[in-house]
Write a protein that binds this ligand. Structure first.
Ligand code: TMP
Length: 241
């Protein structure tokens, strides 16, 4: 598949056109940002890890009946995906209180919920991705009621599948962020990425953070944590998918 003009550059990825208007190439960068771009840095090797991890997890989800944008991995940092219209919502599923939830509601990080929670934020950098409920999302015409129902259903199913997968790797899935897109016929599919940038992953035994919080919170050992979590996934799936 031929890489054509760059269509978009985000904080962690670039997106390129291909000769097929229905397909795009995503290229993962080592750039890392936090706090809506206020903090900037590089995590060496992150692009390779996020590309491979996201693809392996999406493949697993596809096999379990979750439609995704994934077509095929092209190289260490590049993946061919279906072109979708992104639903401008960050869909966050949480099993354990952490991050903005712990701060907003004054609960201790690590508090385990009886059942998973979901929340949306409106993907809008200028506004700082404000929290928004399903009624707000409909009022803002970000998604229809039926789309929101599908997204909610997929998000909880994905949580159950990922939680089980990571448990088998000795890792606790604390929370994560998903993005969904619409195919030309309106079908909702999982898009964007699933990686240590977009998930909180804690070692099940020690509670050690194996995700981007090491960068956000200046905990050190960032590259080592990304390498460790990839190694756990590879050990679980076999080194080459
Ligand atoms: P939060 O606790 O900061 O709201 O983050 C919840 C989850 O969403 C966490 O796993 C990190 C992920 N996340 C992103 O992927 N992108 C973002 O811009 C933010 C704020 C969080």
């Amino acid at each position: 598949m031929e890489k054509k003009e760059q269509l978009y550059e985000g904080k962690a990825k670039k997106v390129f056109a291909t000769q097929d208007p229905a397909l795009l190439i995503v290229q993962y960068k080592d750039d890392a940002t936090a706090f809506n771009g206020l903090k900037k840095g590089t995590i060496a090797g992150k692009g390779v890890i996020n590309n491979q991890m996201s693809n392996r997890l999406m493949k697993m989800l596809e096999a379990e009946g979750i439609p995704t944008h994934l077509v095929e991995e092209l190289s260490q940092r590049e993946t061919l995906v279906r072109r979708v219209q992104i639903v401008p919502l960050e869909v966050i599923v949480r099993n354990i209180a952490a991050g903005s939830f712990a701060k907003r509601y004054g609960v201790e990080e690590g508090t385990v919920f009886d059942q998973p929670t979901i929340e949306f934020s409106y993907k809008n950098d200028a506004l700082g991705d404000p929290l928004c409920n399903a009624y707000h999302a409909e009022a803002l015409k970000l998604a229809t009621e039926a789309e929101l129902a599908a997204i909610r259903d997929y998000a909880f199913r994905i949580n159950a599948l990922l939680k089980k997968f990571w448990r088998e790797c000795g890792v606790t899935l604390v929370d994560f962020k998903l993005e969904f897109g619409r195919l030309p016929d309106g079908t909702i599919v999982l898009a964007d990425e699933i990686s240590p940038d977009t998930c909180r992953l804690w070692d099940s035994k020690t509670g050690e953070k194996l995700d981007k919080d090491r960068f956000r919170r200046d905990l050190g050992g960032v590259e080592e944590a990304y390498a460790e979590i990839m190694q756990r996934l590879n050990a679980r799936l076999g080194a080459q998918a």
